[in-house]
Design a protein around this ligand. Structure first.
Ligand SMILES: [Zn+2]
Ligand SMILES: [Zn+2]
Length: 170
């Protein structure tokens, strides 16, 4: 659970909040994200006038296919986050201000959706298993990191054969 106690926040002005969202949580169900660790959340909430400002860090690890050889690559994510919950604004106004509407008379604030949205925006779109990754053979699909395949012998592309003949006036 990742719920901020707004009553406590009103009383104390600041509240620290720590929690985890499991990697298999239904929260991620519709997203194409493969988490290999729970999402760890450390946040500090503070009352700013009628608004609520939440800042902190989220850390996790996720898996992506290498863009050259398609082998899974695990990437660590350590993201600073800031969520502003604005009092007395409509949903569309909040969106324009990149904020969230603070529900009227709410006793607690669920921070799971903001964490989810931030993670989906912040995650890398591509991964490389190594800078020197050799990728896959475009002909037979062999992984060149595990050795060369036979295909490399016929390096010349047959589609260019007519042009080569023309140039060489064969
Ligand atoms: Zn690779
Ligand atoms: Zn090959």
């Amino acid at each position: 659970m990742l719920e901020l106690d707004l009553v406590q926040l009103q009383r104390e002005g600041r509240v620290a909040l720590e929690g985890e969202i499991p990697s298999a949580d239904p929260l991620w169900e519709k997203d194409e994200v493969r988490l290999t660790e729970p999402v760890r959340v450390r946040l500090q909430a503070q009352q700013v006038g009628a608004d609520v400002l939440v800042r902190g860090h989220i850390t996790t690890a996720l898996e992506l296919p290498c863009r050259r050889c398609l082998e899974p690559v695990v990437l660590r994510l350590d993201e600073p986050v800031t969520f502003l919950f604005r009092h007395g604004v409509a949903d569309w106004e909040a969106v324009q201000e990149e904020a969230y509407p603070l529900p009227e008379r709410a006793q607690e604030l669920d921070l799971r959706q903001p964490v989810r949205e931030h993670l989906l925006l912040a995650r890398p779109q591509f991964a490389l298993c190594a800078e020197q990754c050799q990728g896959l053979c475009p002909h037979c699909g062999a992984n060149w990191n595990q050795g060369r395949c036979e295909c490399r012998v016929e390096e010349q592309d047959e589609r260019w054969a007519p042009l080569r003949r023309l140039l060489n006036r064969e």
